[in-house]
Write a protein that binds this ligand. Structure first.
Ligand SMILES: *Cc1c(COP(=O)(O)O)cnc(C)c1O
Length: 412
């Protein structure tokens, strides 16, 4: 199977591990616990000496089938799922870092990730936010106690693209853990393992699930990082090959102990969604590129943020690294255009937070998802009061152009 294409492998991944009764999908196992034949069996499973299921907070057959699918998608060794993308991010960092450690993070971040990183400071973990579009800023922020570097691929909402390959090289040279949030690109567009990421995070709620009907998150171990050099792995998890230690600790501390478990029902929705990831993204990314060109020529628009545009500062980088330019974009309305009037006039595009849905979603970012952040951080991130984020869906492009056209006309 490993020589087959991305979509073929995803479609047939459940069959490859064997499915009950010849089902084509792994069924939803809504059992919290699992019976064992003998006392010796239950002891061996609990001690990790035998494969098997212990308790639904840390393991479930439906979720395991999705984890295998995600490992295939990312070209990784193993994956652990969580209830949401934020659960995956917070569990990963809280399991791996401790007081006195230092994290270098991109300053262009999903708003809630920015918020949770500030919370880490309350636990004695130092965090430096840097402009990660240039590796020099990351290199300058490194300290003797730096344990990890965290970046997103394409940042939300202004689509800055981290210096992904150069940061990976730097982390490799320095023996640092490189964590990449691949949500915005998805493994169809980009595999962070290719640039040296040790851990890859995905919000499954977005493109991978794709239908806006299930929340989920995941962490994939790529096998690139040498956990034997990581000082925070506790002795109990230094069993077997060192390449498995990090994810084992994330699973035990971040999932079993913290308990933000992905529900089997949600795992099933996400697995079905993942089957069409490539088809949906091809369509939404093509729609986004057409819309970006159209907005760029529109007199009511001051700026358009989308990597497909030649004027985008990282257009060349995106071309070199990604399969397409993504389906998320932002527009900045000219000051004379009333932002709320424009949004209220839209008939097709939906006023809603979330991205990666099949439907086109729009949101005025300064007033909503980045309201709590305050004007200073917003300015650093390039966000103004007239910035509108658009998560482009798979609608027919002419319908999207007509809707944005009429809404801009009626907002003056
Ligand atoms: C949405 C998102 C998250 C959080 O995912 P949830 O599943 O909503 O918790 C994390 N990172 C990025 C880049 C996201 O877009």
């Amino acid at each position: 199977m490993s020589t087959k294409g991305f979509t073929t492998r995803i479609l047939h991944s459940d069959r490859a591990i064997g499915v009950e009764h010849g089902s084509l999908h792994k069924p939803v196992h809504n059992s919290i616990t699992f019976e064992h034949e003998t006392a010796a069996d239950i002891a061996a499973v609990f001690q990790g000496k035998k494969a098997g299921y212990t308790y639904g907070r840390q393991v479930n057959p439906t979720v395991v089938a999705l984890e295998k699918k995600l490992s295939l998608m990312e070209g990784g060794l193993a994956t652990t799922c969580f209830a949401t993308g934020m659960a995956a991010i917070s569990a990963t960092l809280l399991s791996l870092l401790k007081a006195g450690d230092h994290l270098v993070s991109s300053s262009f971040l999903f708003g809630n990730t920015n918020s949770v990183f500030n919370t880490l400071k309350n636990y004695g973990i130092e965090v430096s936010f840097v402009d990660a579009t240039d590796v020099a800023n990351v290199a300058a922020a490194l300290q003797p106690n730096t344990r990890a570097v965290f970046v997103e691929t394409i940042a939300n909402p202004c689509t800055q693209i981290a210096d992904l390959a150069a940061i990976g090289k730097l982390c490799g040279e320095q023996g640092l853990l490189y964590i990449v949030d691949n949500t915005m690109t998805s493994p169809w567009c980009f595999q962070p393992k290719a640039v040296g990421a040790g851990l890859v995070i995905n919000s499954l709620s977005k493109y991978i699930g794709g239908h806006g009907n299930a929340l989920g998150g995941s962490v994939t171990e790529t096998g690139v990082f040498d956990w034997a050099n990581f000082p925070n792995i506790i002795d109990a998890y230094k069993t077997g090959a060192a390449q498995n230690w990090g994810l084992l600790q994330i699973k035990k501390k971040g999932l079993r102990d913290m308990g933000a478990t992905l529900a089997p029902e949600s795992a099933h929705h996400i697995a079905i969604g993942a089957e069409t990831l490539s088809l949906r993204q091809e369509r939404s990314a093509a729609n986004a590129a057409k819309l970006a060109t159209w907005f760029a020529a529109h007199p009511a628009i001051a700026r358009v943020f989308h990597p497909s545009l030649e004027a985008h500062p990282q257009h060349g980088r995106a071309q070199g690294l990604f399969r397409h330019f993504g389906a998320l974009m932002a527009i900045e309305l000219k000051p004379e255009v009333d932002c709320f009037r424009f949004l209220d006039a839209l008939e097709l595009a939906v006023l809603a937070s979330n991205l990666g849905d099949n439907r086109t979603l729009v949101i005025p970012v300064a007033h909503t998802i980045y309201a709590e952040m305050g004007p200073v951080r917003r300015a650093e991130m390039g966000i103004s009061d007239g910035t509108v984020r658009i998560s482009v869906g798979i609608e027919d492009i002419d319908d999207l152009l007509a809707d944005f056209g009429q809404a801009l006309a009626s907002a003056g």
